[in-house]
Design a protein around this ligand. Structure first.
Ligand SMILES: Nc1ncnc2c1ncn2[C@@H]1O[C@H](COP(=O)(O)OP(=O)(O)OP(=O)(O)O)[C@@H](O)[C@H]1O
Length: 429
């Protein structure tokens, strides 16, 4: 793994090509460009790469206007103009939903990802490229340390992760902010400094300000980044172990729930048992993040010795008759509905990619099957699975009829033609 270089030298052609090479396998990529220095550098480097490399994929650029600062519209327009000169398509996406009274940064981030991923589905882009640098990596590491993260949290950001069926790529994760700015100045490219990057109300800004203080005590950015890397190696080794356990000892039903022998938790080292439960929760509940380590530790201690039902991370976990069952929690508000038209694929509940065949006569709605849904559809639960485990399963409906449910054979409704395939997006890491 390359070490961070921070001598202020601009990136040379071959270094840029090496950073971007993993993106060559995509057909269309989306670059997330806010107009700040890091993401303007990302755009500039992509432009240089595509001019030098015939294998470079086409790109579209997204700027999200969160509507939180008056200047944001001008910044989006600045990025749009720059893209026009480069002849790269650009789209400004506006956040129009309700604003929470607190946690605005988190809500804005969630909205930003959801807007960009939604637009990617429309355009057929399969990698979202972000401009995180090694300075962001050090800040993330410190933030996680302060929040009590374990091995996985301290691994901080990965150069490549999967989310909702797409790749999130961070090609600049080993490059310092200083080098990118040197490069922009040399190329005469302007950028905008977001004033919220200086606002110490934000936790991220307070972490950033800690860095020079720690540096003076020998705990600088590069040390933090190196520790994050060794945590990432340990996390990958543990994940390899957990992959084997999931393949051999966990029963996963195609409609979503999973179960395993409670004794499994006793014979595994604590760290492996924690990761196993974290991944099953994420896979079953569709949450974008695994629960905090302290909550996981408490859940595991409780599951280890007590029968009964508890909820965590959008899941119900039940220990009964020597088995642990994990299934999606529906909650009072229910799960979102999704309408899919013939020939389209949509992501439902962040867990399933659902495709309706092109020959279908009209759209279908994907909803949670609901409590008592199996009985209403005239279906028996498969051997060993309780009925309640399927309440959060993806039911494809037309009117009141359930047309399809993963892992179940349904008699096609009269006048219905076409097919619906719901595929689990897979265990997220
Ligand atoms: N308004 C925006 N429009 C488009 N892309 C953005 C926007 N804000 C951030 N990004 C992308 O996300 C990257 C990280 O930005 P930033 O560090 O501000 O995010 P964050 O709030 O720390 O959250 P996270 O790191 O989880 O994305 C940027 O380099 C850029 O690629």
């Amino acid at each position: 793994m390359p070490a961070v270089v921070d001598d202020g030298t601009p990136l040379c052609e071959s270094e840029a090509a090496r950073l971007f090479a993993p993106l060559a396998r995509h057909r269309l990529i989306a670059l997330a460009v806010s107009g700040g220095g890091d993401s303007m550098a990302l755009l500039h480097l992509y432009d240089r790469w595509r001019k030098a490399c015939p294998q470079a994929p086409r790109a579209v650029v997204f700027t999200v206007d969160h509507g939180l600062r008056a200047e944001a519209a001008d910044e989006a327009a600045m990025v749009a103009r720059h893209c026009e000169t480069l002849r790269i398509p650009h789209k400004t996406l506006r956040w129009q939903g309700p604003r929470p009274a607190s946690g605005i940064q988190e809500a804005a981030r969630a909205a930003r990802y959801s807007l960009m991923i939604g637009e990617m589905a429309v355009l057929g882009a399969d990698a979202l490229v972000l401009a995180h640098t090694c300075d962001d990596q050090a800040e993330t590491f410190l933030d996680r340390l302060a929040r009590g993260s374990g091995v996985y949290g301290l691994a901080a950001m990965a150069p490549e992760t999967r989310r909702e069926g797409i790749v999130l790529a961070r090609p600049l994760l080993d490059v310092s902010r200083a080098r990118l700015r040197t490069m922009l100045v040399a190329a005469g490219i302007a950028w905008v400094d977001d004033p919220s990057n200086e606002d110490s109300h934000y936790r991220r800004v307070r972490m950033r300000r800690l860095l020079p203080v720690l540096e003076r005590e020998g705990l600088g950015r590069d040390r933090l980044v190196a520790t994050a890397r060794s945590m990432a190696r340990a996390a990958a080794a543990l994940d390899g172990w957990v992959d084997g356990i999931i393949a051999g000892d966990v029963m996963r039903h195609p409609a979503g729930p999973c179960r395993f022998a409670a004794s499994l938790l006793e014979c595994l080292p604590d760290e492996v048992a924690l990761r196993l439960v974290a991944r099953l929760l994420r896979d079953t509940g569709g949450a974008s993040h695994v629960p905090r380590l302290a909550r996981l530790e408490a859940a595991l201690a409780d599951l280890g010795s007590n029968e009964g039902r508890r909820t965590l991370a959008g899941c119900v976990m039940e220990r009964r008759d020597g088995e642990i069952l994990v299934h999606r929690e529906i909650g009072r508000a229910g799960l979102d509905e999704l309408e899919i038209r013939p020939g389209e694929t949509g992501i439902w509940d962040r867990r399933f990619a659902v495709t309706l065949s092109a020959d279908a006569a009209g759209p279908v709605r994907i909803t949670a099957l609901g409590a008592g849904g199996l009985r209403r559809a005239g279906l028996a639960p498969p051997q060993g699975w309780p009925r309640a485990a399927f309440a959060g399963a993806p039911a494809a409906r037309r009117g009141g009829d359930v047309l399809a449910l993963p892992g179940f054979d349904l008699t096609p409704a009269a006048q219905w033609r076409g097919s619906v395939v719901a595929r689990r997006i897979g265990i997220l890491r």
